[in-house]
Design a protein around this ligand. Structure first.
Ligand SMILES: [Zn+2]
Length: 381
């Protein structure tokens, strides 16, 4: 059975475009985002039948988990409750992305939920949490102020006595000093979008941003060119095209490693698109057609940043980038025709190909009455 070579890592393919990927997204991310929604619903719909049923089934005396989950049971809710451990692999704590907004304090657990500070109080003051008699108590169980000032009544297993416990108590009371309960219902704020309301899309975006970093150089996708031309450029910049040097690295038997356009050097992306005499002449012709006196790019990335040069008029930047994509497309085409059909490379043919291909791409994606072939072929618009 033949094995296909994988040229681009799957992680890079599913990474978002703004992280330098292809933006395909991952099914696992989608699934985790959909399951996260159940956490949000559990928190924000305290009176729903589903929540009350789940709470009744999964309630235990020592329930300190972010959402109730009775060990030993099986079923969909157990899978939902366990997604935190998957998310922890990406350094995401789902529980900490929900922040309780205190009203009457009846639905926010004092120690376990995040509502004041950056972390739940059980993490910030672990020595005190050990002493708490009812670990899952809600805020109003302990906060007994009459609406004018904050007052706290504790139920300790044994009163704080060690230096650490006393220090933590002092710190915690200072953090809680401005907490005052009202008659409003507690609400929840979602950290990953401006509205504060959970959406699976915002969760997915958060997940892919966190999981697929570090960010790579961002390829400037050009809407005037077809996706196949953009992908060729994207792969070219990453050095992920099947040139002979890379085929050799992957131990693929090839008759010759020499560039068949010039027969002088080993074929690589750097050589084929930037250094080959064939590419060099083509590049000069292309620049003179576009009337831009720019230096020759030194590396693949420069090809796709050429249009950002300050000397390029902003109204022509997208078109220049389109021409560069057409240049890459044409070189790759001429190279393939030489390798697979032994067709003699011709500069004249290649230059004509750059002009006509880029015009076809453009005409298919814009209103062609604005930019006809005469204007395009003289690059005068
Ligand atoms: Zn060459």
């Amino acid at each position: 059975m033949s094995r296909k070579i994988s040229w681009v890592s799957w992680q890079r393919v599913i990474a978002p475009i703004e992280s330098g990927g292809l933006g395909l997204g991952s099914l696992a991310d989608k699934n985790l985002s959909l399951l996260s929604k159940w956490w949000w619903r559990f928190k924000t719909e305290p009176l729903s039948l589903r929540r009350r049923t789940i709470a009744a089934i999964h309630k235990t005396n020592r329930n300190c988990t972010p959402i109730p989950c009775k060990p030993g049971l099986v079923g969909a809710w157990i899978s939902i409750s366990k997604i935190n451990s998957h998310l922890n692999c990406f350094d995401i704590s789902l529980h900490n992305l929900f922040t309780g907004q205190v009203g009457n304090g009846a639905n926010i657990r004092l120690w376990i939920d995040k509502w004041i500070g950056e972390e739940p109080l059980c993490n910030t003051f672990p020595a005190l949490f050990k002493l708490e008699r009812h670990k899952d108590c809600v805020i109003k169980d302990r906060c007994t102020g009459n609406g004018q000032f904050s007052q706290w009544e504790w139920e300790w297993i044994s009163p704080p006595a060690s230096t650490t416990e006393l220090y933590q108590l002092q710190e915690m009371l200072s953090q809680l000093r401005n907490v005052i309960l009202t008659n409003d219902t507690d609400t929840w704020k979602w950290a990953c979008n401006a509205t504060g309301i959970f959406t699976t899309k915002s969760m997915k975006n958060h997940l892919i941003k966190t999981a697929h970093g570090p960010n790579h150089w961002i390829f400037p996708w050009n809407r005037l060119a077809p996706i196949k031309a953009n992908i060729l450029g994207w792969r070219l910049e990453m050095n992920r095209l099947p040139t002979t040097d890379l085929l050799l690295q992957r131990k693929i038997a090839i008759p010759s490693t020499t560039c068949l356009l010039c027969n002088t050097s080993v074929e690589s992306i750097q050589h084929l698109f930037l250094e080959c005499p064939f590419a060099d002449i083509l590049w000069s012709l292309m620049l003179s057609w576009c009337k831009i006196p720019l230096r020759r790019p030194l590396q693949a990335k420069d090809l796709f940043e050429l249009h950002m040069d300050p000397s390029i008029p902003p109204n022509k930047a997208k078109h220049i980038n389109l021409v560069v994509l057409s240049y890459c497309w044409t070189i790759w085409k001429v190279r393939n025709e030489r390798v697979f059909s032994n067709k003699e490379p011709s500069i004249r043919f290649a230059m004509k190909e750059i002009k006509t291909t880029s015009y076809l791409w453009l005409a298919n994606r814009t209103n062609s009455s604005e930019l006809d072939w005469t204007k395009w072929s003289s690059f005068n618009f």
